[in-house]
Design a protein around this ligand. Sequence first.
Ligand SMILES: C[S@@+](CC[C@H](N)C(=O)[O-])C[C@H]1O[C@@H](n2cnc3c(N)ncnc32)[C@H](O)[C@@H]1O
Ligand code: SF4
Ligand code: SF4
Length: 272
Amino acid sequence: MLEPLPHTNVLRELEVSLTHRCTLACGECGFFVRQQPVPHKGVAHVAITEGLDQLLRLGLVVQRLVIVGGEPTLARETLSEVCRYASACEGIRELELVTNGLSPDRVDARLLHQVDRLVISEYLDGPELLDTWRAWVEMVAPETEVIGRRHATWDQWTGDACVEADKALEFWRSCWYRKHCITLERGCLFSCSRIAKLGRDHEGLQLKEVVSLDDVREWLNADRALPSCMTCIPMMGLPRVPAGVQPDERLERLAPRALHILKKRLERSCLK
Ligand SMILES: C[S@@+](CC[C@H](N)C(=O)[O-])C[C@H]1O[C@@H](n2cnc3c(N)ncnc32)[C@H](O)[C@@H]1O
Ligand code: SF4
Ligand code: SF4
């Protein structure tokens, strides 16, 4: 692994956001939804596949490419193109799609065949939505693993606190996000999604300046904090916040629709 085992060419996880838009508006969303910048310049799937191409040409292998958003299923064409590209790419070993599960009409069996893991983030009280997704995926794409991800609390994400440089270096050295949330966005490689979502492109590695895998390795493994680490609220050990809280009734509105679509599909699959 490039990090924390610097002598191989394998990156454990790489995240790409397909869109900044979302059907939900979770308080303390770790991707700053509503404020997050547009993740790609120009046509999103072209920018994403070009960026991935650049990295793979250096000899980098991505163990798991994680597709996120906003809500990635909202960007239907981008999702389709990126999944087609990634599933055919030798340098990308696994493809994971992370979704709030509320737009099943935007996910079809053909897409699922290209995805190794479908992660449904659970924001509803009961297991019904996840169970129905699982039942449908088992029928139409049994090779795709379905994982539910439910957290009662999240790391706090917003706030104005600031630490000294030596503390920021401590954050950097022990940072979980730096190991799991390396992000490709706007032609830059970011050490974590937080810096990408803050739009601090000057703190990312500009891919056009990269000539070798060593450039990437040195960037990711450097023993120095970035300026954003000094204000890194999620690393400050603050009280955790309730996960997935909405400002209005949108979850209650969207969930029955999603369930209805999935149940109809299940019925149709059972009849075949
Ligand atoms: C930002 S979302 C993007 C994909 C999709 N919209 C979703 O919610 O699954 C990716 C993952 O980050 C998690 N997440 C969001 N905010 C978080 C926070 N403040 N702390 C920890 N995890 C968070 C979500 O639950 C979700 O599983
Ligand atoms: S569903 Fe919630 S956590 Fe996921 S991107 Fe939207 S606002 Fe953020
Ligand atoms: S900004 Fe925070 S999450 Fe990002 S690398 Fe620094 S310490 Fe880690």
